[in-house]
Structure formats: structure tokens, C-alpha cells
Design a protein. Sequence first.
Length: 385
Amino acid sequence: MKDDTEAALIFFSNLNVILYYPTVLPDVVFVNPQSLLNIVTSVIKYIVYGIGCSHFTDSVLVTARQKGIFSVTILEWMELDMPQLYKPSMLRAQDLIKLLLHLGIVCHFKDNYFMPSLLKGEESKNIEALLSKHPDTVAPCAIHYEDRWLECGAFGFLITSLLSSKEWMLAFDDLCQPLCVYSNIIKMKYSRCVVTFVDCVCHIEIHIHILSKKSLQDICPKILSSVVSSFKVKPKFTYLCPCQKSERHVVEFSTQAVKRKDIDDITCSKEQTKRIKLEDIGDNPLIWIMDPAKVLESNYQKLVNGIQNADALAASLYTSKIIQANIRDMVHAAARGKEKNKILLDAIQMAVSISPAAYDVFRSDTLNEEPLLQDLLPDVDIYGE
């Protein structure tokens, strides 16, 4: 009965009739989705404008308002000041922070939390001045959707999603103060470069500043991939339009057109009859687009080694030489390691396709000795045999 109830809740939640988050709040159901929006809105009003607060002075919230950083203590104060908001939903302060993390509205920041929507927005006229402090090393790019605007909150969600990765962090100056944190422009650190994100409602700009250009060929595609993969519905990659005809906007093109340097297929999004030259977009715009040839070239030896390992393991399984100690040691080492050996998994899958029967014997013998390898050695049926 309990399983049926949970399945029904998930079903109606997928239809947006209700809101239900079983992984973080299995005992709470938002029958009216508006009630959750009211809670999130109240958090912002409470911290930014002090609406409803009585436990502290404005000076207590300076860090939260200027840097977007706050502790769970603020939400505990809010729970005392606004019981009418918490009680109907059965939420506590700790529950609320779990939910905000799950929704990507906040992210961990050292021992506290970072919430981009707490920040004030910077005026458009000041954006260029902020960007000039870290000049573009290459032509900036952007992400957008061709058929619609970015969803409300997309910029904040992108920032919290990136900060949840160990590769990204907020950019700080020598005094440990954030270089630039506004609700519409934020500077972050990735590897050895400063990356500035600008929210322009219709698109998000990506500017990169790095002292050494040697690693740009690797870094730029990785940054773009990290950004695009943060969204469930993948946005399209584009460039900023150099025409400066109106407010900040982008060009429209196909990736194939850019690689061919076909200017007839690159146009201004505000004036589609206006053709844009690739060289006018900025310095080295193609660097954002990963070149498969260079990727293969830089990873050639890894690729060769992987093929050799896969071929050796597949051959051993195919000829029924499945009791060899070296193969078993490889499997055990991969299972005990912090990360599963991707090459080994590919080799096992190849072996299955060659000789399912041999693999089945190998799997049974191995699991008898080490049951913890269950996840690493799936049943043959999983591979469609």
C-alpha cells in the first residue's frame, strides 16, 4: 500500500499537479505548488528586505545581502519569526535547506550556503566596466534557446550547479572578497582562468580570462561542456553579436557553418538579413568547439592501450581461459578502487558479446569468491543477451 501511494505521488508530481520530493522530504507533499513558491519568496524577502524579522539588526545580514552567503541559523530565526509559513507545510529549517539544495536554489559554500538570488543586480551600463577588469582572452560565447527565453532562475541554477563541482569556485581577490557577485554577473574560477557569466535574460554570456593561452584548447571546450550539461534541456551554443545594434544579443548560425567559416550562414539575431563575419566575432572563436581530431591525437596512446586491454580480456574469455589470475586481479582491483575501471567495463561488455556463456561462468565463479563485485559484473541479461 505504501509503495502504491508513493508511486501515485510521484506520478502526480511529474504532472506538476502536486510537488513531491521523496529523496529529500519523503514525508512532505506540497498539494498547492504555489505554497512552495511562497516559502522560497519569503526566504528572499526575509533576508534581503528584513520583512518579518525581529531577531536581529540589518548588520547581521550584510554578508548574505552582499555576497549571497548565509548560514542555516538565519532560517532557524525565520522559523521563529514566521511560524505561519512553516507549520502548514510541516517544514523545519533543516528540511528547508535540504529542499533548497535539491532544487539547485542554493549550494554548499564551506560551512555555509550560497544563494545567487539573494544578490542585487548590477545595472547594464556597468557590465562592460566589470568585464574589462578581466579582458576576454578569446571571443566570448553564449548559451540560449532558439525558440524561447531562458527560464526564470536559470542563471542562479547554473551557478549553484557549477559550484557543486570541485572544479569550480567563486573568484576572490587578495583580501578574500568576491571579485564580482551580482544576481546577473558573477566571476568564477576554473582551473587557471577567471570565467565571467552574464545573465542577459534571453541568453547567458561566457567570458574567459587566462594569462597563458597554451591550455585554452583544452579548457574552453571543457568549460562549455560543463555549462551545457548543467541543464536538463540542453541550450544551444552561440556567440555574442559584434554589431552592437541594440541591447546585448547573439548571432544565429549552425556549427557546421562556423567550421566552414561560411559567413552567409552567420546572422544577427536582431536583424536576420545582416551577415556577420566570423573574424568580427572576436579572437579565435573556434576554440570553443572541440576538434575531434585533436582530442584523438592527445589521447591516442590511451585509446591504443584501452583497445589492447579490451582485446586481451575478450580473447581470454572467448577461449575460456577465464581462471587466469591476472584477469581476476584486474576485476578485484577495479572493484576495490574508488572509481570503477572504465576500460575494464568496456572489455567485459565486449567479452559478453563474443561469448556470453564464458562470461556467465566467469561471473559465477568470481561472485562466489567476492560478492561485492555484483555491481561491477552485471548479469548477462543486462547487456541484452
